[in-house]
Structures are given as C-alpha cells and as structure tokens.
Design a protein around this ligand. Sequence first.
Ligand code: URA
Length: 237
Amino acid sequence: MKLVKHIAGLGYGSRKDVQWMFREGRITDADGEVLYADDPLDHDSIRIDGEPLDPPPGLLLMLHKPVGFTCSTKDPGRVVFDLFPPRYRHRDPALSTVGRLDRDTSGLLLLTDDGQLLHRIIAPKSKLPKVYLASLADDLRGDAAAIFASGTLMLDGEKTPLLPAELEVLGTRRARLTLHEGRYHQVRRMFAAVGNHVAGLHRERIGGLLLDDLPAGKWVALDEAARTRLFAPDATA
Ligand code: URA
C-alpha cells in the first residue's frame, strides 16, 4: 500500500479516505487510466480528479508573508498556513516555518518539511544574512549604525552581545538592517535599544534569496538553483 501511504502523507486524507478515492476511480495516471492502490508509485504521473499531486516530501517554500498573519499553528487569528491549500497542514512529514516573523512583519518567510535543511538554515554557525527594511517612528540617531556594528550591543535579558549588524540609512526614518543571527524580536529590540520604535518591518532577503516580485500572500516552491542561491548570499548582494 505504498501509494496509499504516499498520497495520505501529502495531506489528501487519511489512509482510509485515500483507499476510498482509489475505489471511486478518482486517482488516475496522466492518461486518465484508473490506478489501483497496489500499483507502483510514480509520483509525477499520478492525478487526483485530473490534477497533478502536490510536490513530494523535501519541500522548501518561499512565502511573501503579509502583515496580520502569525507563524504559529495554534493562533486563533490568521496564520500563515491559511495561505496554503488546507491539505498542506496535514502533510507528513509536517511543514514548519523556518524561524518566525512577527504578526506585524511582512516579507520573506521560508517553510520546509526537511528537518536537516531547517537546521542548516537557522544554525548559528550558518550566519546566513537576513535583510530587513524598517520604517521608524522617530528620526534615527547618528550613532545607531556604529552601535549596531560594534559587536558589543547587549539586549535586555540576553547573556551575550549581538553579532555585528550592518545598518544602511535610507532616510531620516527609514533603514535597511542586515543581521547574521536571529534572536527573539531582534530588529524591534535593537531599534528600541537606540531609543527608537519600529513602525513597519519587512524582510526582503535571506542569504542570496530575494522575494523579487512575489506578491504578498503568494508562495513558490524553491528548486535546486534557488536552494543554492540561499546558501550563496554574495551572489545577490
Ligand atoms: N525581528 C523582529 O523584531 N521581528 C521580526 O519579525 C523579525 C526580526
């Protein structure tokens, strides 16, 4: 019953549901020939109600997260999983976000079902740059860039100083900030540490991956070339 397990693992239903889908003739090959549950598994040729299957496990997705959605699965409000087909919540292995963005932050969010890949992206030693655009409530202090670059800034409640971060001033209340680590609410806490307040925050890049013109709320599955770009940040800079 390899086929049943595979299709159920993609979130199309329980194994029992999928067995019924076979009995009802809803699962076919690309030519419309009805498949049986004990047929060999050939992912790319399978159709359900005429539609190709979702991608197999090993997914890396890039979402343009809109403001107003949380990364949690349990929040009673809008969550990022609402932006995917409902069956994506029921995949096994499960999809999870690679780190988090706050509800009020928009921009590039990765999701994967590959634990090793997730670890490789977030591991402190990977130091993948994450680039944020911040709109600020107050005028930037002249020494903010030097403080962020110092490698000595301590945030409240932390035991180690922040790694040096690069601040590019784009206007009196607008800046681009590049981080090489990911601590809780890091960008907001850094600006608070220099007496400011983040009014709007958007992540535009992780490693060498950019959102490009992906509209807010939309997502794409990343291919091998994009995965290579993710780990080659200098290719985009
Ligand atoms: N830093 C923050 O403060 N918020 C985010 O969502 C991401 C980084």
